[in-house]
Design a protein around this ligand. Structure first.
Ligand code: MSP
Length: 471
């Protein structure tokens, strides 16, 4: 494989970054870092950004007494800052209000129409502004959107343009069944398949009453439905950025399970209708709850990445989020559990191994070392990141097994009490193990991996401040 293209959802600017957004973006960062080590920097493209049109953003702007654009301009940088503070290195941050995105989205929709996949019709139904979508009868619970109980859905009847999803869905069903288009985890793939097998209706892809959006190219009284042009960001960035055309189709879309339908069905339908190659793989991860409760502004339990960084440091936060739950499953996060895990795995586990080994190495003036086998420099455990199931937690488990093994080696051989020559060879072995651990850690804890390499690659190994001070 000569290139790898990974994306995150583009986040609505009506909210500021929280751990949920951070989790998705962090996962993409680990994957991008892994592929950069494998394929070289220039062959990887990692895209993230913000979703800035639609009713929800327009309403939030109005409440803030700003124009939607001013409002988006003030919130988008908060996402950039959050990713920077977590050492997330994306290649491009797209904003859907960029003129060049608007241009590509509009051309794409025109092409879909020219290909005969758009028809006119009237939409009647309930719209949830929180989800930015029309809800079907089966989705409504007691007349409300189950995800936005506090917001009443709005009844709407408008003249819209529709995408022939019913017809397109047959092709999608086949592509998912044949494995040409992969969805993970398998449980989520099966949910999509059963929904497709039940049959789907054509969907509205434009809005008459929403002015904050990209105009429908052939009808200036309508704007493109926000989800449709938002999905198009994945394609548009590859088209308007220099030298990025070769990255289409995407190799992997990472999304939360809440938006899998949009990504695995609607997005595929739009691409098929536009005659474009389809993304290869989509991974839907689970949702975090906080102390057993849904994370929400109204409950006041939203955790920001900043809060975590203050408490656990950058790599501490990366480790705790990535190891919190098996990638793909839901899970609960709790500060007390994070504290415990931080002390056990980072302060005591990794931190202590590095500190005690460096101290002993310093006492015998041990010179730094290089990993002999170059291929090990990319790390063995992280091969699991490459697997279809993106086994972050298993990879981290394997690395932590190596850490315990090295610790056990020190204790069982009482390395500190060995006579000088035996001590030196024991420490050489430990140094090699540690360098291997650092190589494995690179995509997950980049700063820590770098610090460890600097310390153990030489010229002389010296004792340094603890990597993870105990809480
Ligand atoms: N703008 C759309 C996406 C368009 S992509 C073409 C959107 N934005 S969002 O701001 O609501 O972000 C949703 C994403 O944030 C989820 O898919 C998920 O990746 C992440 N999460 C939001 N809350 C989360 C949790 N509580 N737990 C884990 N991830 C969560 O939807």
């Amino acid at each position: 494989m000569s290139k790898f293209y990974v994306t995150t959802p583009i986040y609505y600017v009506n909210d500021v970054p929280h751990v949920g957004h951070a989790y998705t973006t962090l996962a993409a960062d680990v994957i991008a870092r892994y592929y950069r080590l494998q394929l070289g920097k220039n062959n990887v493209f990692f895209l993230t950004g913000t979703d800035e049109h639609g009713q929800k953003v327009a309403q939030a702007a109005e409440e803030n007494k700003q124009t939607p654009k001013e409002y988006a301009d003030s919130v988008a940088p908060r996402f950039k800052e959050a990713w920077k503070s977590l050492k997330i290195y994306y290649d491009y941050f797209i904003r859907t209000t960029e003129k060049r995105h608007e241009a590509v989205a509009s051309q794409l929709l025109q092409k879909i129409r020219d290909n005969g996949y758009i028809v006119e019709g009237v939409y009647k139904g309930w719209y949830c502004v929180g989800c930015e979508k029309f809800l079907t009868k089966t989705e409504l619970v007691n007349g409300r959107c189950p995800l936005h109980i506090n917001k009443e859905p709005v009844y709407q009847e408008e003249r819209n343009y529709f995408l022939k999803l019913k017809e397109l869905s047959k092709v999608i069903l086949e592509k998912i069944k044949s494995g040409e288009y992969e969805i993970h985890p398998i449980s989520k793939k099966n949910e999509i398949l059963s929904r497709l097998e039940l049959g789907v209706e054509d969907i509205s892809i434009s809005r008459e009453g929403v002015s904050w959006g990209i105009p429908v190219p052939w009808d200036k009284n309508q704007t493109i439905y926000v989800w449709v042009e938002a999905l198009m960001n994945y394609y548009s960035a590859t088209q308007f950025l220099d030298g990025k055309k070769r990255f289409w189709p995407a190799d992997l879309h990472i999304v939360g399970k809440d938006i899998l339908w949009f990504h695995s069905v609607i997005w595929q339908a739009l691409l098929i209708a536009a005659d474009l190659p389809l993304p290869k793989h989509i991974f839907a991860h689970g949702f975090f709850t906080i102390d057993g409760q849904k994370m929400s502004k109204s409950l006041g339990n939203v955790i920001s990445p900043k809060e975590l960084i203050v408490r656990y440091g950058v790599d501490g936060t990366r480790y705790l989020l990535l190891s919190a739950v098996k990638f793909g499953s839901d899970g609960d996060i709790e500060y007390s559990k994070f504290d415990e895990k931080y002390n056990a795995d980072l302060a005591n586990g990794l931190g202590n191994l590095i500190a005690r080994t460096a101290k002993m190495a310093e006492s015998v003036n041990l010179p730094g070392r290089e990993l002999k086998d170059i291929s090990l420099n990319i790390g063995v455990a992280i091969q699991l990141v490459k697997s279809d199931v993106k086994e972050f937690t298993r990879a981290l488990d394997l690395i932590w097994k190596k850490i315990s093994k090295a610790d056990k080696f020190i204790n069982e051989n009482k390395v500190w009490a060995l006579e000088r020559n035996l001590k030196i060879s024991a420490l050489e072995k430990l140094t090699d193990d540690i360098l291997q651990i650092a190589a494995d850690l690179k995509p997950f804890l980049p700063e820590t991996a770098e610090k460890i390499e600097r310390q153990f690659k030489g010229p002389e190994i010296k004792s340094e401040n603890p990597l993870f001070p105990r809480l």
